[in-house]
Design a protein around this ligand. Structure first.
Ligand code: XMP
Length: 514
């Protein structure tokens, strides 16, 4: 495998992701764990030294064992990794004297023969890269030469092609280094990787690690019916069988048929022990008279934790709580920017619960991005229609029903939502849309149907495109589609006599209505 030695950069996981995209197996290990004995045992075919926040000039700053450079395998140093490499191999690093360089920069090549690492680079003269460093290399190590420079980094790319040692000042793994993938591709070729590693291999490895972590303890998994927790549950079940019990908290705020589908799939199809906590009465009862969005969210969040805990307490010998945490959730929870950010909406999760219940966490998807989780789900045989499902918020339909919630309103909303999604599927638009749903408005309007006057609810259709849910744009349906959908909803759903289409982007709107 390829070894990534992590010095604490926020983007180290992106290196792993780029390598997975190239079908190369890699493991990230924190520098503290990489001892000479570890190296001998791991026998990497190539090593990447990540970036990190430290300064190599400071005493005791992290470094890899010197043996890394004696393995006879290609080594790539990135940012802090570059500096560590230069210093350990006989170069010199100087402290940034206020000349820190952050963000976009352009690298141009040096004259002379270009090593294979740079195949496909500089085809148009210069390459855009993303810099983020304070210190800089002042003198490169013996054997190295300069291969590329930027205005702020005279040693932007350096290398010793004889030994296949390369060091770059910028981050080739981030999106803002558009041609970075080529650099990784060239590097893994130098190391002789065949690029034949797959999600199937990831699954095997994940299963091994889950077994190792859990031993013979019982594991509880909070199943929401969403893609992440479902993939985690199926994977863990494959690893430890009936040591896993899923708890599915059904708050009565789910979509049409959703609860029965989740139960059927997990209990009947996969034979995973599942507790269906049907607590609709409790949730809807407590939400009676509540119309403030934050109070709604907090109420649901609090009840969710209470209910989850009550059911989980019944599982004897539980030692672990499984969660479908993804890598983006991990990054978001580590704030480097300082001050607390403003709460736009309180998202509910089971954070804090593991300690309270004395459980350890199993998070087998912690290193993956959403599309990789989908690929893993596919590998595990989850149905494509399930894997491709739009995201659905924890508080469910409660936040799609502005104002006070009643069972009647929820029923109307569920029916309209089912018609709308049916329309979207029939027109082949489902996969183009990030999320689509109906919001039932707390307004009744006058209409005429047949010969009679009606006085019923108005609803709003919402459909957005997005890559990560952070920003979004409304989906440009054709007028025909909108007209046909409005007619169907009004004809098929009693209780709605007016349909509107929400064309707000995010920002300034949010995707959900509350
Ligand atoms: P907003 O409405 O903030 O939503 O633009 C962004 C994305 O997050 C989802 N969402 C939630 N997901 N718990 C969740 O698990 C929540 O409380 C929650 N609130 C919003 C929303 O559906 C969209 O995909």
């Amino acid at each position: 495998p390829l070894l990534i030695i992590d010095f604490g950069s926020q983007v180290t996981q992106l290196i792993a992701r780029r390598l997975r995209e190239l079908n190369v197996y890699c493991e990230i290990h924190p520098f503290q764990n990489v001892t000479p004995a570890f190296l001998a045992d791991f026998a990497p075919r190539a090593v990447i030294l990540s970036g990190g926040p430290a300064s190599v000039i400071d005493a005791g700053s992290p470094r890899p064992p010197a043996e890394v450079f004696e393995l006879g395998v290609p080594v790539l140093g990135i940012c802090y990794g570059q500096q560590v490499m230069m210093q350990m191999l006989g170069g010199r690093v100087e402290r940034g004297d206020g000349t820190a360089e952050f963000g976009r920069a352009y690298v141009t090549p040096e004259d002379g023969a270009r090593p294979d690492l740079l195949t496909g680079w500089f085809l148009e003269g210069r390459e855009q890269v993303w810099m983020s460093h304070g210190d800089h290399v002042a003198e490169i190590a013996p054997g190295f030469r300069v291969l590329g420079t930027s205005p702020g980094a005279p040693f932007a790319i350096t290398g010793d092609p004889e030994r296949n040692f390369y060091a770059v000042q910028f981050h080739p793994e981030v999106h803002h280094t558009p041609n970075g993938r080529t650099l990784y591709e060239n590097f893994v070729k130098l190391a002789g990787f065949a690029g034949d590693w797959t999600m199937a291999a990831y699954r095997e490895e994940a299963i091994r690690l889950i077994r190792e972590q859990v031993g013979d303890a019982q594991v509880i998994c909070g199943l929401s019916g969403g893609v992440d927790s479902s993939v985690a549950a199926v994977l863990i079940h494959e690893a430890i069988g009936d040591q896993l019990t899923c708890v599915f908290v059904d708050h009565g705020l789910l979509r049409h048929n959703e609860a029965s589908e989740v139960v059927a799939m997990f209990r009947d199809h996969y034979n995973i022990p599942l507790i269906h906590a049907d607590e609709a009465d409790l949730f809807i009862g407590e939400l009676e008279g509540v119309s403030d969005p934050e109070v709604k969210r907090k109420t649901i969040g609090r009840l969710f934790i209470d209910v989850f805990q009550r059911y989980a307490d019944q599982i004897e010998g539980a030692g672990f709580l499984a969660q479908g945490t993804l890598y983006p959730d991990v990054i978001e929870s580590v704030s480097f920017s300082g001050g607390p950010s403003v709460t736009i909406k309180s998202h509910h999760n089971v954070g804090g619960l593991p300690e309270k219940m004395g459980l350890k966490l199993v998070e087998p998807l912690r290193e993956l991005f959403k599309d990789e989780v989908r690929a893993l789900g596919h590998e595990l045989g989850l149905p494509a229609s399930f894997i491709g499902r739009h995201p659905f918020p924890g508080p469910g339909l409660a936040i799609r029903c502005p104002g006070e919630i009643t069972r009647d309103k929820l029923d109307i909303l569920r029916k309209a939502d089912a018609v709308y999604l049916d329309q979207i599927r029939k027109h082949g638009l489902y996969d183009e849309i990030w999320q689509a749903f109906v919001a039932l408005l707390p307004v009744r309007t006058v209409g005429v149907m047949g010969d009679g006057r009606t006085y019923e609810y108005a609803c709003a259709l919402r459909a957005v495109t997005s890559v990560d849910g952070m920003t979004a744009d409304y989906y440009p349906f054709s007028h025909d589609f909108l007209g046909e959908t409005a007619t169907r909803i009004i004809n098929e759903v009693r209780g709605i006599n007016r349909v509107t289409y929400d064309i707000t982007s995010k920002p300034p709107g949010t995707i959900e209505w509350e």
